[in-house]
Design a protein. Structure first.
Length: 294
């Protein structure tokens, strides 16, 4: 268990004996127990995880949202989420894990733009019809065969099957979480949000992000306000608040440490910023959220 003030652990993708790959791994459970050392410990992963749950009697938290695991359902998470797993009795599932480095490979670069990977709606559960389940099972079976086949074609075949699977799941994602606009302005909003996710600890001004996106601050502010209904600076502040809420809920770090972790040099300023954005002080928020969920 965590000790007070200990930062959240980040669990790396550990290569297995089959493939020995540090950036791609397949997990499979057939009525067996997963690693019990992770249970009830808030943590992040340094990789993406896509899991088909066939059967499970458990619950997990992704950020501050509980998910009662459903049969024949896909669950997914990325490197930024805080995960808490409650106890498993037995688990039937197949999971695929891959890192940002895997997505950065030239042949995989387009995968990072898929809706499932970007997850702008911050959802983590996909319902499957019978036909959907058949397709997902077929793709996972094909991926398993290639994963176990050490050949010069392995990487190409894994990429091909994974592309099909993630594209199919992304179509389901857009159907289940409606967002059908793909205008240049909408894409700019998504790019802005992605940059915030990468740099929110260091960069606090709209102009900083405009420079990263090679546009003027005025144009960025105008497009973001029209597309989202909120000023650009509000998006930056909301990302900081989300991370602060995660740390307040899932860790026992002192407020001073959380403030420093988020790039605030002054704890009192962090307190004022948090209260201005949420209506509560960090201490009051921590007490109320823990009372609600414990």
């Amino acid at each position: 268990m965590q000790t007070p003030n200990q930062k959240l652990p980040i669990y790396k993708l550990e290569p297995d004996e089959i493939a020995g790959n540090k950036h791609f791994r397949l997990y499979q459970f057939k009525g067996t127990l997963p690693n019990q050392s992770e249970l009830l410990i808030p943590h992040r992963k340094n990789h993406y995880l896509i899991v088909l749950i066939r059967r499970a009697d458990s619950r997990q938290w992704i950020d501050m949202t509980p998910y009662k695991l459903k049969n024949n359902t896909v669950y997914f998470s990325g490197p930024n989420q805080i995960i808490v797993k409650e106890g498993f009795k037995k688990l039937w599932s197949t999971g695929i894990a891959f890192t940002k480095e895997f997505l950065s490979l030239q042949e995989n670069a387009s995968l990072s733009k898929l809706p499932l990977i970007q997850n702008l709606h911050d959802k983590h559960e996909l319902a499957l019809s019978t036909a959907d389940l058949d397709f997902v099972e077929d793709m996972l079976a094909k991926i398993k065969v290639e994963y176990q086949n050490q050949s010069e074609w392995q990487q190409r075949m894994l990429t091909a099957y994974l592309t099909l699977l993630l594209t199919y799941l992304s179509r389901l994602y857009t159907e289940q979480f409606k967002d059908n606009e793909h205008s240049a302005e909408k894409l700019l909003l998504k790019d802005f949000q992605t940059k915030i996710n990468d740099y929110y600890r260091e960069l606090r001004e709209v102009g900083d992000y405009a420079s990263l996106l090679n546009i003027s601050p005025g144009h960025l502010s105008e497009v973001v306000k029209i597309q989202s209904g909120k000023p650009a600076i509000k998006h930056i502040h909301e990302r900081l608040i989300l991370e602060a809420q995660r740390l307040l809920f899932h860790t026992d770090q002192a407020l001073k440490e959380i403030a420093f972790d988020l790039g605030f040099s002054d704890t009192s300023y962090f307190n004022r910023f948090f209260k201005r954005e949420t209506g509560l002080t960090p201490s009051a928020y921590r007490a109320s959220i823990r009372k609600m969920y414990h």
